[in-house]
Ligand binder design. Structure first.
Ligand SMILES: Cc1cc2nc3c(=O)[nH]c(=O)nc-3n(C[C@H](O)[C@H](O)[C@H](O)COP(=O)(O)OP(=O)(O)OC[C@H]3O[C@@H](n4cnc5c(N)ncnc54)[C@H](O)[C@@H]3O)c2cc1C
Length: 337
């Protein structure tokens, strides 16, 4: 076990925040996790599991042990007439896993192409994009219960997936380290091109026959043109969730703001948080070393040497102004550490 002290996390979070960990450790196997849990010196109560750091905001140095999950491996476990069951190590890159699926003709994750981060974090907030959520292909996961020090298998209903939500963000927060995730992928693709500009992009690409590969390529092209690359401009993607409000609340806001951008969601309405933020005048604003992206009001950025508390403060001001103007509470999607 290679334990490092006072370790810089700057290159390990996509915001590029210069925070450090008192202790830092990489785990490459379940056995490494067990060894860590048996080590009395470093198995302190204060620990943080890190994947790709693409959904995190460090507001201070971490005064405990940061465990970076590097457990690798992608394996086809079994197949039946309709599905492939594919197990991937939590430390695999999500996009790498998606590419593996495309190359093997395993359908279901093509719309989730190019989402940064690791496989192990995908169930944590039930990642989603372009009309698809990972819960649609999730089968089960293997995790190590950090208190009981034993491996457990957690099935789909126990994960309680919701919009950018799961049990791992609530009751089970910090309870497990996810070691691998098994996905149930499709032999017959359910091609979903209804969302965003996928069809338009495929037309531009000159696509004659739609496939999971062409959808994946179209999604990659759109994402590259719309979202800031964290390697160039530090960010963690959407900083806030799209708020869900009741039909009654929706009607009241719509009366005052006829251009309100909203999507029906069950009996409620989901509002476009980016639109709300833009209406409050935040889009493109620089505040010290941080700010709101010029094209994507939902994305907060680090213009250079921002510290996490500056970004956090800015997010608080945005939340206040949205509350004041629309009487809507925004919720942070990013994990604040
Ligand atoms: C440019 C950009 C675009 C993005 N677009 C999208 C998008 O379209 N859709 C979307 O849903 N998200 C998006 N995100 C957010 C992010 O990519 C996802 O949330 C991703 O799943 C985070 O993965 P990660 O490995 O980086 O997690 P981290 O940021 O490292 O961790 C996130 C949380 O998961 C926990 N965690 C991580 N790994 C494990 C593990 N193995 N076991 C237990 N807990 C763990 C951490 O403790 C933390 O609480 C985007 C981010 C960026 C920077």
């Amino acid at each position: 076990m290679n334990l490092l002290e006072n370790y810089s996390l700057k290159k390990l979070n996509t915001f590029g925040i210069d925070a450090s960990a008192k202790y830092f450790l990489e785990v490459n196997s379940v056995a490494d996790v067990q060894a860590f849990l048996e080590d009395k010196k470093i198995n302190t109560e204060l620990r943080l599991i890190l994947g790709g750091g693409s959904n995190m905001l460090f507001t201070k140095n971490f005064d405990g042990v940061v465990v970076k999950n590097c457990i690798k491996g992608i394996e086809l476990l079994k197949e039946d007439s309709e599905n492939y069951y594919v197990k991937a190590g939590a430390g695999e890159s999500w996009h790498g896993f998606v590419m593996n699926c495309i190359n093997n003709n395993y359908a279901g994750v093509e719309n989730l192409s190019l989402i940064p981060g690791s496989v192990g974090a995908a169930p944590i907030q039930n990642i989603g994009a372009y009309g698809v959520e990972q819960k649609e292909v999730f089968f089960e996961l293997e995790a190590i219960d950090l208190k009981e020090k034993k491996s457990v298998t957690i099935n789909k209903s126990d994960c309680q997936f919701g919009y950018r939500d799961s049990i791992f963000k609530r009751e089970a927060k910090g309870k497990y380290i996810i070691a691998s995730v098994t996905f149930k992928l499709f032999k017959k693709p359910k091609l979903n091109t209804s969302y965003g500009a996928i069809n338009q992009e495929m037309e531009k690409m000159g696509v004659k026959e739609i496939s999971i590969a062409t959808i994946s390529q179209a999604v990659c092209n759109i994402r590259k043109s719309k979202l800031p690359n964290p390697e160039v401009l530090g960010n963690a993607g959407s900083f806030f969730k799209n708020p869900t409000i009741s039909a009654e609340q929706f009607q009241a806001i719509k009366k005052k703001f006829p251009d309100l951008v909203a999507y029906p969601s069950d009996v409620n309405f989901k509002l476009a948080a980016g639109w709300l933020i833009e209406q409050c005048g935040w889009k493109g604003k620089h505040v010290g070393n941080t700010g709101v992206h010029k094209d994507q009001a939902l994305v907060l950025v680090n213009y250079g040497n921002a510290n996490g508390s500056e970004v956090f403060e800015l997010s608080g001001k945005i939340m206040e102004s949205v509350k004041e103007k629309f009487n809507v509470e925004l919720e942070r999607e990013v994990v604040v550490v």
